[in-house]
Design a protein around this ligand. Structure first.
Ligand SMILES: [Zn+2]
Length: 313
């Protein structure tokens, strides 16, 4: 059941009814319901029993869940890699196949921004004039990285942030600790998937370790704390997210405005913000953002970002 996405649902309904045939680009943060909306659309088109029923056992719903339904193709980048031209050529090779069950085939490309230049060029030709039975649904969590030529050929369908209370109820099913729930909800910034992932990974424990590192000003201490952090099994992606959020909060504290994501650590953040000037926090924030977009060795990059705090003491 998809909730709180009435704008996007209007578009998907038109695809289901057959009155909308051009490619759609579904955008919004990870974990906001883009992929589940597409799966639900597929079930509404092909379910042989009751598509409103969760866990419907009809043959179509079963195959859709297993990702083996012949008229539904979902591409996902493997291991965080870009789609190479081979993958896209293979897709184009199957696109003229007629539907097995009805009159349409859905082709879903998750993280559509993750294509090599060669792959994008091959895909564009196909996106311009797809066969009449093909419905393209392209998904992205990074709208700014989708190339303009792909964007301009699609109807744009932004997904709304989910309401605070709705996400809060979901997080409460995972953790009973009332003191952490609100922070997890804020960290997700409107994405239920992100909030749940943070809660499952017990991210606030890692956050507190990161704050301890940031609070220690001597280089020696920072490096010692850093090796403690390396012993946790927190993924680099999660650590980057945390650093970005903390840097954002430090800027807010320094300028004295805005709602803190990590409001439960307000005093620590205040003390920390005072150790540097605002310009430092701005440049640190931008550095984190640009490193997150690059493809270097994550552990070294995190070490570098944290050691910057020591260097300028
Ligand atoms: Zn069904």
């Amino acid at each position: 059941m998809i909730v709180h996405q009435s704008y996007a649902q209007r578009f998907l309904k038109k695809v289901r009814e057959g009155s909308l045939t051009y490619p759609l680009l579904l955008s919004g943060p990870q974990g906001i319901g883009k992929r589940s909306s597409v799966i639900q659309l597929a079930r509404e088109i092909w379910c042989e029993a009751d598509s409103t029923k969760q866990g419907c056992e009809c043959s179509s719903c079963y195959q859709i869940r297993q990702n083996t339904f012949p008229d539904l193709t979902i591409l996902t980048p493997e291991g965080g890699q870009n789609y190479g031209v081979d993958v896209i050529r293979k897709l184009i090779g199957t696109i003229t196949d007629m539907p097995t069950y009805g009159s349409v085939r859905l082709v879903v490309i998750d993280s559509v921004e993750a294509m090599t230049n060669e792959a994008s060029n091959a895909f564009l030709k196909c996106l311009e004039e797809p066969p009449s039975h093909i419905r393209f649904l392209l998904l992205t969590s990074n709208m700014s990285e989708v190339i303009p030529t792909i964007r301009s050929r699609c109807g744009l369908v932004p997904f709304d942030k989910l309401p605070f209370d709705f996400v809060r109820k979901l997080v409460l099913t995972l953790t009973q600790d009332e003191s952490t729930v609100d922070t997890y909800v804020r960290m997700g910034a409107g994405s239920a998937g992100r909030s749940l992932r943070y809660a499952i990974n017990n991210t606030l424990m890692v956050r507190d370790q990161v704050l301890t590192i940031l609070e220690n000003s001597s280089k020696k201490q920072i490096l010692r704390c850093f090796s403690a952090l390396e012993d946790t099994d927190a993924s680099p992606e999660l650590l980057f997210d945390l650093l970005e959020q903390l840097a954002g909060d430090l800027i807010k504290v320094a300028v004295g405005a805005g709602t803190l994501t990590h409001a439960d650590q307000k005093d620590t953040l205040k003390a920390l913000a005072q150790t540097k000037d605002l310009a430092f926090w701005y440049s640190w924030y931008h550095e984190i953002e640009s490193i997150m977009r690059s493809n270097g060795a994550p552990k070294l990059q995190i070490k570098y970002l944290i050691s910057q705090l020591a260097k300028s003491v």
